[in-house]
Design a protein around this ligand. Structure first.
Ligand code: GLV
Ligand code: MN
Ligand code: MN
Length: 423
């Protein structure tokens, strides 16, 4: 470990402890598929989320970290610095999952952060700055869409109240779920919302195939492509499927199909960089023998270049309107994350940490969004990716090997010690 800033601290990162904790967390909301995969369904602000957080809190307190929660239910584990008045180096990710998610997306970054605290505690190291590990609320947007509401609230990208009226599939309001959650964590110390960290660094599985395919240990993440989420509501009129002549119908399914077809033309990209997904379509009343009264479909549009993302997204309402024959439509943009460029500070710290540890690293942008996207405008920010099998994620087959998880935690530890400084 030539060139490692604090070899004793990095050596205290434990592959088996990190792996055992990942597997313990995977049991909370865990399920098996008929194909033999082990998935996780842990919605944010649910009883399962709280159970996972309690497990995390127990480990953190045993390691000597102090625990607190902010009004957005972002959970913080703090390892005090030699100078507690300095802005902390912040690391972490999220603990919620997709409804049919895997065992690593999100929780890996939180447990890798805790492993940094464990390593500091085991070696008795006290960096100059405090180190804080955060579990952001609702990154995935699986229960309450959009995601990243915790980090958006923390950074002031949007006021917390902007998310109050979001409802889950059962009609539960985000504000009510948040209030119930905070009531059930009333024993935890409270902290105000937001501060400007010295730096933010998030460890995560790659969610793509490159690291594995190229035999690399980690990626130095250079930035995150932009995302825009829209909801399109097509309103028609329900009718009898056997009696109403086609010429007299206002069939919302037919007009939704025309709109999606026109959007596919708008989004055509011969370079295959643009990502356009219609991932959810709901039809009312949704029976075989009724003409559809309403169709609601979602759009997830992504591109690394704001110069493409902005005009293509802005064109969506006009293209939808022009495609309709008999119905009306409303287009609502519900999530906007512009492309983030992480700049030099944190990526250089990650690159130097990987090199000091003798690990192979490449530079990569992220196709998935992350809470780091909302920290980037506020403080020096970066991410570390570890490989994941076949690049699979948002799927129960998501997998990273114990040694790969430990490598990422060691790079995170080394980079954080560098960023936090020695007393
Ligand atoms: C985050 O999970 C994303 O959809 O990119
Ligand atoms: Mn994630
Ligand atoms: Mn995810």
């Amino acid at each position: 470990m030539d060139g490692v800033t604090a070899p004793n601290v990095v050596a205290a990162v434990s592959e088996s402890r990190l792996w055992d904790r990942l597997m313990a967390m995977a049991r909370i909301g865990g399920f098996a598929t008929p194909e033999g995969d082990q998935g996780v369904n842990r919605p944010c602000l649910s009883a399962l989320d709280r159970e996972a957080r309690r497990l995390l809190i127990g480990w953190a307190e045993a390691a000597g970290a102090s625990v607190s929660v902010d009004p957005a239910a972002n959970l913080f584990l703090r390892w005090e610095g030699a100078d507690p008045s300095l802005a902390p180096v912040l690391t972490g990710s999220h603990m919620d999952s997709q409804p049919q998610g895997g065992r690593f997306d999100g929780i890996y970054g939180v447990l890798a952060g805790l492993e940094v605290i464990e390593a500091l505690a085991a070696s008795g190291a006290r960096p100059h700055r405090p180190v804080e590990v955060v579990a952001w609320t609702n990154e995935e947007g699986g229960r309450f869409a959009p995601g990243c509401t915790g980090s958006m609230s923390f950074t002031g990208f949007k006021p917390m109240s902007a998310f109050d009226g979001i409802v889950d599939a059962d009609g539960v309001r985000y504000a009510d779920a948040l209030a119930q959650h905070l009531a059930e964590e009333a024993d935890l110390a409270r902290r105000p919302l937001g501060y400007v960290p010295h730096a933010f660094i998030e460890a995560h599985i790659e969610q793509g195939p490159r690291l594995e395919a190229e035999g690399q240990d980690v990626a130095v993440v250079t930035g995150i492509q932009g995302s825009r989420w829209f909801t399109v509501t097509v309103e028609g009129r329900t009718d009898h499927a056997g009696t109403a002549p086609l010429s007299l119908r206002k069939d919302a399914v037919q007009d939704a199909l025309r709109a999606i077809t026109a959007l596919n033309v708008l989004m055509h990209d011969p370079s295959d960089v643009l990502r356009f997904t219609v991932g959810s379509v709901t039809v009312e009343p949704g029976t075989s023998n009724s003409v559809a009264r309403r169709v609601v479909f979602t759009i997830d549009l992504r591109h690394p270049d704001e110069g493409v993302l902005r005009p293509r997204g802005d064109a969506i309402p006009g293209v939808v309107q022009a495609a309709l024959r008999t119905c009306t439509a409303r287009v609502h943009e519900r999530f906007t994350a512009w492309p983030a460029d992480f700049g030099p500070t944190v990526p250089e710290a990650v690159a130097r940490a990987a090199a000091a540890l003798g690990l192979k690293a490449i530079r990569l942008p992220s196709g998935a969004f992350h809470d780091a996207q909302f920290l980037a405008p506020v403080c020096p920010t970066g991410m570390i990716f570890i490989p994941c099998r076949n690049g699979v994620s948002h799927h129960p087959g998501e997998y990273a090997e114990p040694a790969q998880c430990a490598n990422g935690a060691r790079v995170l530890t080394e980079a954080i010690i560098k960023l936090a400084g020695r007393p």
